[in-house]
Design a protein around this ligand. Structure first.
Ligand SMILES: C[S@@+](CC[C@H](N)C(=O)[O-])C[C@H]1O[C@@H](n2cnc3c(N)ncnc32)[C@H](O)[C@@H]1O
Length: 252
C-alpha cells in the first residue's frame, strides 16, 4: 500500500452515479413518477441521506413539520408518507395556486405568504407554531433564507431540527438579493461562532471548575443556549436544537 498522502487541494474528477443513496425515503423518490402520481416532486438526489439522518427519529410520531415551498405539492405527499399519520404538516408558498392542496391530504395546511416578510413569518408562528421540523425549500434567495431562519428558528421545538436547502444559491449571483457578502452560508458561518460564544464569555480555566464551585452565570444568546449542532452538507445546512449547559471538562 502506498504511503503517499495525496494533497487535499489536488484536483480529482467527481464520479457520476445514477443513484446517490439507499434509504427508504430515497427509494420512494426514485419510484416517484409524476405521470402516475399526477404531481411533480423536485429534490436533489443527495438530500435524501441527510433527510433520513436527521428526520427518521420523527417517523411515527405526532410531530409538526413546517415546510416553505409547495410548488406542485410533491413534497407534501412525500412527507405525509414518510412521517406517518400522526404528523401534522404546515406548508407555505407565495403562489396562491398552492392553496389547492388544502383538504387534499389529512392534517396538511397550506398558507400563502412571502417567506422574506417578517410580518408573514410572525403570522405563521402565531397561527401555526411551534414546529418540530422546519424545512426551507422556498425561493432560495439570500433574503428569503436568512429572514426565514431568523423568523422561524425560535419557534422550532427545543429538540427540533431546522433545515435550509439549496444553500449552493449562496454562490449564485442571481440569488444574492442582499449583496454578495450576505448569504445564508455566510450567515450560518457567523452562527457557528455564536454557538461557541460561551468560550469567549469566560476564561478557559472556568471550564475545569466543578459546576457547584463556579461563581456567577455565563449568559449567552438564546441561539447559543438552544443550538446543539450546525451541520454543513453539500447545499444543506441542518441546525439541531437541544438545551445546552455550561461546558465542563475534567480528568477522571
Ligand atoms: C423548489 S419549489 C418547492 C418544491 C417542493 N418543496 C418539492 O419538494 O416538490 C419552490 C417554491 O417556493 C415558492 N416560493 C418562491 N418564492 C417564495 C417566497 N418569497 N415565499 C414563499 N414561497 C416562495 C415557489 O412558488 C415554489 O412553489
Amino acid at each position: 500500500m502506498s504511503s503517499r498522502r495525496p494533497p487535499l487541494a489536488e484536483r480529482v474528477a467527481l464520479p457520476r452515479p445514477e443513484t446517490q443513496g439507499d434509504g427508504a425515503l430515497y427509494r420512494s423518490f426514485l419510484d416517484w413518477d409524476w405521470r402516475v402520481r399526477g404531481r411533480k416532486l423536485q429534490k436533489w438526489h443527495h438530500y435524501f441521506d441527510v433527510y433520513e439522518r436527521h428526520l427518521s427519529r420523527f417517523r411515527g410520531t405526532d410531530c409538526h413539520l413546517l415546510e416553505f415551498g409547495v410548488m406542485d405539492g410533491g413534497s407534501l405527499f412525500m412527507w405525509r408518507e414518510f412521517l406517518g399519520p400522526g404528523a401534522r404538516i404546515t406548508a407555505v408558498d407565495i403562489d396562491p395556486r398552492t392553496l389547492q392542496f388544502n383538504g387534499l391530504l389529512p392534517d396538511v395546511t397550506v398558507v400563502t405568504g412571502d417567506q422574506a416578510d417578517q410580518a408573514v413569518l410572525d403570522r405563521i408562528v402565531a397561527e401555526h407554531g411551534p414546529f418540530d421540523i422546519a424545512i426551507d425549500d422556498g425561493g432560495h434567495t439570500a433574503r428569503q433564507q436568512i429572514n426565514t431562519f431568523n423568523g422561524i428558528y425560535a419557534s422550532v421545538a427545543a429538540d427540533g431540527v431546522y433545515i435550509c436547502e439549496d444553500t449552493h444559491t449562496s454562490y449564485w449571483p442571481e440569488y444574492q438579493d442582499a449583496g454578495p457578502q450576505t448569504t445564508m452560508i455566510e450567515h450560518a458561518k457567523k452562527l457557528v461562532d455564536e454557538m461557541h460564544s460561551v468560550y469567549r464569555a469566560a476564561k478557559p480555566s472556568r471550564f475545569s471548575v466543578p459546576m457547584a464551585e463556579r461563581q456567577g452565570d455565563i449568559a449567552v444568546s438564546r441561539f447559543a443556549a438552544s443550538t446543539y449542532s450546525i451541520q454543513f452538507y453539500d447545499s444543506m445546512i441542518v441546525f439541531e436544537k437541544r438545551p445546552r449547559a455550561e461546558p465542563w471538562s475534567e480528568f477522571r
